[in-house]
Design a protein. Sequence first.
Length: 274
Amino acid sequence: MRSSVRALPFLWGALVSAALFVAVYLVFVRSYIGQVIDERAFAGADAWKGDLIEFAHGFLDALPVASVVIGAVIALVIVLVRRNWLVFAVAVGAAVGANVSTQVLKYTVLSRPEKGVDVGLANSLPSGHTAVAASAALVVFLLAAPRFRPLAAVVGSLFAIAAGASTLVEQWHRPSDVVAGMLVVAFWGCLAGIVLAWLRLPGAEPPVRSKLWPLVWVGGVCAAGSVVALLITYFSAQSGTEHLFVAYAGGVAAIVATGFVIAALGNRLYRRLA
């Protein structure tokens, strides 16, 4: 019973992540106006990328090494110090599951209907690069001692946000692709929590009370800004005008909001697991 009670919040987290993923897909991939809004943000990134393109190009070039090699080294060091091999197995399983499911969803399950917005472009949701970065951050977060998880959540969210925003600047992905990639990793992070809640008792360390309120506030402000930008983009599309910078800024704000809120909520969910 005790394990069931501890696993329940993670189950709810997985269900909410899956529901949000479906909503993002239905709105921004399956509907005409959603495709228009996403495409305006995509075009805005191209028009307003400026010097950010150099950073994005360099960051994405280094992403595989930063995610896999550096992440693996940090994870192994933590495992050797804490000897939490069971958590390591679950964390790696969640990361592999997130990346495999991302590719299966993008290339096999999901499709992008042509609605005259971006003729000829195939489905690109969810973003694989974002999933790689976020899943590497998830592994480190799961392995970290409870007192260090808030720091791991902050650093990991910044890393995933930078990766996702860079794919937008580089014109590899639309904002909805990035948000969906983060939600896939959040889903698998919750599944990992369910497994750990059933397999492990709370450790000797006291629960961590840090709720990362700054991330929540920043994420909330960005979410509100993203909604405003979405509405402006929607009404401008209806009237035949364009606000590319607004759409671009709104897309970036949505990415930041998603990354920060997931980090804050994930830190709260895991505060009692060692």
